[in-house]
Design a protein around this ligand. Structure first.
Ligand SMILES: Cc1cc2nc3c(=O)[nH]c(=O)nc-3n(C[C@H](O)[C@H](O)[C@H](O)COP(=O)(O)OP(=O)(O)OC[C@H]3O[C@@H](n4cnc5c(N)ncnc54)[C@H](O)[C@@H]3O)c2cc1C
Length: 382
């Protein structure tokens, strides 16, 4: 019989990429961590995602979200190596490069505006027209008007990353407990002192809430930080051979080629509550997108489709920081479309906060309890 501790330095609620990455960093700093997931860890939004990672930049941007993304881009290659060394698993981290494409003049102007942001941050990019596009990506449509090549675009096989993080957490002594739904927080006065679970209470000095789209409702004041689910459907095609070299982005939609010839076509953005069914209309649209960008995919095999629930927020920015009014309670949720690409930065910042250090990137604009921010222009979204 395994004796389960009913006490920890830190309880992490939720075993998605955010919770697992945070638990790993905390354990690395010598903390005793219990991680609870109500199901199997790593099977919710983090599993469903495409694994697109933003390129690194020469300069660390001042804007908090860009800084979190940039820090994460710098850390990813090192994490991939460490996870490989600690678990033997290849996370599929690859600096595969990518294209952002435009079909018409309006699309080209929108991309040129983004290119100015890349320029400011020092993100490598090159403008391509006509045959230059096929020189980089031979199988894309000749009807694409122009494209930017981003050599620093990277990807990760997120299911493998999640498996590796779980193994690395366990190797560092994280007490990882599947099928342990957290029912609520234990608060004494104005301090979080632990959580109530289906298996009984667990006392802790600090609690990190990283329960994805389910986080908002677990807070004592459930209206303070809403994390509404944003449904995303995805289609997986399998070509007999690799057709694309890198990621191809067409506005908010994209194709992500894996090394084995598989290509992901994603993703929808739907307000559909906690529904994770796939629908014929969305699957058809994603297949149309895939064939429009890469006509040769018409001969690929349709492998499967799925849907995941991105954790939303009140203003498209995640919540990263202490929850006002409840000492010892921290929120790391609401990452919407960028949770995989900003997981390392989020985890490192959470560890800073729990240790009482100044966070390594400024998180004022991300703090729980803020007034909604006006989303500014964004250099990258997945
Ligand atoms: C189709 C799609 C494509 C995407 N593509 C990308 C991409 O290319 N790049 C990128 O950066 N991001 C992408 N994302 C977004 C990314 O997947 C999310 O932002 C990220 O996975 C959120 O991670 P999380 O750990 O907060 O949530 P989740 O992965 O949802 O994990 C939350 C966990 O909390 C657990 N939980 C919930 N309630 C409780 C409770 N009461 N007690 C205990 N445990 C609980 C759940 O079981 C779950 O395991 C995509 C998302 C989708 C859906």
């Amino acid at each position: 019989v395994v004796q389960r501790a009913s006490q920890a330095d830190v309880v992490v609620v939720g075993g998605g990429v955010i919770g697992l990455a945070t638990a790993w960093v905390l354990a690395d700093e010598g903390r005793q961590v219990v991680l609870l997931d109500r199901g199997e860890p790593g099977r919710a939004a983090s599993w469903a995602g495409a694994g697109i990672l933003a390129p690194g930049a020469k300069r660390m941007p001042a804007e908090p979200m860009a800084a979190l993304r940039s820090l994460s881009a710098r850390v990813y290659p090192e994490w991939a190596e460490r996870l490989k060394a600690e678990t033997g698993l290849d996370t599929g981290y690859r600096r595969c490069g990518g294209l952002e494409i435009a079909w018409d003049e309006a699309g080209a102007r929108a991309l040129e505006a983004k290119a100015q942001l890349w320029e400011q941050e020092g993100v490598a990019h090159g403008r391509l027209v006509d045959r230059e596009i096929q020189a980089v990506e031979p199988a894309v449509s000749p009807h694409i008007l122009m494209a930017y090549h981003l050599p620093g675009r990277a990807q990760v096989r997120n299911p493998r990353l999640l498996k590796a993080l779980q193994m690395a957490c366990q190797a560092r002594g994280v007490d990882l407990r599947p099928s342990q739904a957290v029912l609520g927080l234990e608060v004494a006065g104005e301090r979080a002192v632990g959580v109530r679970t289906v298996g009984g209470p667990i006392a802790a000095d600090s609690v990190v809430l990283a329960a994805g789209a389910w986080s908002g409702s677990l807070l004592p004041d459930s209206g303070m930080c809403p994390t509404p689910p944003v449904k995303g459907q995805m289609v997986l095609l399998r070509a007999g051979r690799p057709l694309l070299r890198g990621i191809v982005e067409d506005g908010l939609r994209y194709l992500v080629p894996r090394d084995d010839g598989r290509v992901l076509a994603g993703a929808t953005e739907e307000d559909a509550g906690f529904d994770t069914r796939t629908t014929p209309g969305a699957v058809r649209d994603l297949i149309d997108l895939a064939l429009r960008i890469c006509p040769a995919l018409g001969e690929a095999e349709f492998e499967r489709a799925w849907a995941g629930l991105r954790p939303g927020s009140l203003d498209h920015l995640p919540y990263v920081g202490p929850v006002p009014g409840v000492e010892g309670l921290f929120l790391a949720a609401g990452h919407r479309r960028i949770g995989l690409q900003t997981a390392p930065g989020t985890a490192l910042v959470m560890a800073d906060l729990i240790a009482g250090r100044t966070p390594r990137v400024p998180i004022d604009a991300l703090r729980p309890g803020r007034s909604p921010a006006q989303p500014g222009p964004s250099a990258f979204r997945s």
